[in-house]
Write a protein that binds this ligand. Structure first.
Ligand code: HAM
Length: 418
């Protein structure tokens, strides 16, 4: 029976993984510069963490979660996102007690039962960042600047940062009513989905993708025009900081995001090199979520980016040499050399070199072909003569220059050439 991977999930094969690791390493490096530390929450959690955290009326909770009863009958869910888990961990481990802004990031698979298409998977990877413990606009701006810094380190240009503010629990209820009043007169023209959203989650009407609905939404009241003074000050503060660092952005009053926990600033980064699923990253402020899970008042700001989408637009051809190549490939001719190559490989590796060899030996031509294919920088050739004389041949694979090196100081001599 031929078994294939489940629809909407994919293997990341060895040929691609170096790109992934390169991007992930850039994230580790850039985020560390801004004082962020990695956290690794579990991949599954109690279902109500997500249904309460993300919002009962969101598409994720209503239609997309992988939820099942475990063997004890407990309802568990494969995480559709990381923020709720980080909030749970923050409270469970009393990370608030440190009284500093906790700067955390995570990397790993998320699961959503969405309709698979280009750039949309049922298992996909995110890198997420959460800064927990300050409402200051500096945090919003700094986290977005860090993100743009990360994109720059990958050589990405042409990305669009879109910004909005969704207000807070003081100003949003009144805006919600104003919005509902305005939507009411268009209900017969809006899609079925929007008709349902109108009652339960009217802000989501703003980001409907149906072309006719988009036209209507563009004329609806804007959140940014209905912010209370405090939200307005905060939003202006964030914008000034972005301006002061020449971080370009566009205001997008239709940007409401698909998760319910957001307050104040929201943002998305998209790429024109992607098709319909062009959002590489999304995030914003969520000041109430920690409290909603019975933690102390903790204003937070964060984002998550989709690694599949990101990796598909990184210009790897301009990234210099990010692939890992073996330092040396051992070519051994004859039985003695074959035996010696096992211990020599071991010795060179223990001296810190990355070494490949052909386990099955064969002709010089065949082994050199394999050395070429492995993209090793050098081939170390040992045959009967070399073993007897205690001198090996070291061939530079890029210019074919050959050099005799002493068997006794083989590792040092190779290192000198690297
Ligand atoms: P999100 O917008 O749901 O936000 O997801 C963030 C990113 O994950 C998207 O912009 C997209 O690149 C990627 N993504 C989402 N769904 C899929 C999919 N089915 N296939 C491929 N990529 C996908 C969040 O998850 C929030 N937790 C972000 C956040 C963190 N807000 C505050 N802190």
């Amino acid at each position: 029976m031929k078994i294939q991977a489940i629809r909407g999930v994919k293997d990341i094969l060895p040929d691609e993984i170096e790109k992934w690791q390169w991007v992930e390493n850039k994230a580790h490096t850039v985020f560390a510069r801004y004082g962020f530390k990695e956290i690794r929450p579990p991949i599954f959690e109690k279902t109500n963490l997500f249904s309460r955290g993300i919002g009962e009326t969101t598409d994720i909770v209503e239609k997309e979660m992988y939820t099942f009863d475990d063997r004890s009958g407990e309802k568990v869910t494969l995480r559709p996102e990381g923020t709720a888990s980080v909030v749970r961990a923050f409270i469970e481990h009393k990370m608030y007690a440190a009284q500093i802004v906790q700067k955390l990031y995570y990397l790993g698979p998320m699961f959503r039962y969405e309709r698979p298409q280009a750039g949309r998977f049922r298992q996909f990877y995110q890198i997420g960042v959460e800064a927990m413990g300050s409402h200051h606009p500096d945090v919003d701006a700094e986290v977005m600047i860090m993100l743009m810094d990360f994109f720059k380190s990958l050589g990405l240009t042409g990305l669009k940062l879109q910004l909005n503010s969704l207000g807070c629990s003081k100003c949003r209820p009144a805006y919600r009513e104003t919005l509902k009043d305005a939507i009411r007169e268009h209900l017969s023209d809006l899609c079925d989905n929007c008709n349902q959203r109108y009652e339960r989650n009217p802000l989501r009407v703003l980001d409907c993708k149906v072309p006719r609905d988009k036209e209507i939404a563009a004329e609806l009241p804007k959140t940014a025009d209905h912010l209370c003074d405090e939200c307005n000050d905060h939003f202006q503060g964030v914008r000034l900081l972005l301006d002061s660092t020449n971080t370009p952005y566009d205001l997008d009053h239709l940007l409401v995001r698909g998760l319910d926990y957001y307050t104040h600033t929201t943002f998305e980064v998209s790429s024109s090199d992607l098709g319909a699923q062009n959002a590489i990253c999304g995030g914003g402020r969520y000041n109430m979520l920690v409290e909603e899970f019975d933690g102390p008042p903790t204003p937070c700001f964060g984002f998550a980016l989709g690694l599949e989408r990101l990796i598909s637009v990184v210009p790897f051809d301009q990234a210099g040499d990010f692939e890992k190549h073996p330092d040396v490939f051992i070519v051994c001719l004859g039985e003695e050399a074959q035996k010696l190559s096992f211990t020599l490989t071991h010795q060179l590796r223990s001296e810190g070199l990355s070494v490949e060899r052909d386990y099955d030996g064969g002709s010089m031509k065949r082994q050199m072909k394999k050395a070429n294919k492995s993209a090793s920088r050098f081939a170390l050739i040992l045959g009967e003569d070399e073993i007897n004389s205690g001198k090996y041949q070291l061939k530079n694979m890029s210019n074919s220059e050959q050099l005799e090196i002493s068997a006794d100081s083989c590792a040092e001599e190779i290192k000198k050439q690297l």
